[in-house]
Design a protein around this ligand. Sequence first.
Ligand code: SF4
Length: 186
Amino acid sequence: MENTGTTAVQRSYTNLKGYEGPGFMATTLDKAVGLARKNSIWPLPFATSCCGIEFMATMASHYDLARFGSERLSFSPRQADLLMVMGTIAKKMGPVLRQVYEQMAEPRWVLSVGACASSGGIFDTYSVLQGIDRIIPVDVYVPGCPPRPEQILDGVMKIQELVGNESLRRRNSAEYKELLASYGIQ
Ligand code: SF4
């Protein structure tokens, strides 16, 4: 059977904007770095409950997150650039999640997977954090209880869009420093 498919990397390459001519292409450093970063995201899965099971399905052969360059999970914050929070986060766990985030090197992104991580979900109670964005900044939210693997993949692709288009100067900008300061993060 003829294989007419393209990989995520090939699709990303063809989407790279620049000045093209016969045998060459010129683009900006921002776009070249963005292309490399978006196709080699190393996620740190912070999974506490049922949404974590959906993530396991997302990693497995049928959905295969590896197609997006993200099969290398990191359980060390210092070697991860995408924090994926999946599941109910108890208030007692909040400081641990925040510490993991603070230990990640810049540039770092956060994907909030499912209703619990994004808003506390059905657990409108004194012991559950009503959304992780109360303690760390979030880049993309994935709705659902639980979200299907396709939704998690969609969230990762939204993160890829952000990563691919982010200016190399953003992390040094006054706006970004202000955002971190609003969370009390240096
Ligand atoms: S959002 Fe639903 S599926 Fe996900 S952790 Fe909460 S209760 Fe479980």
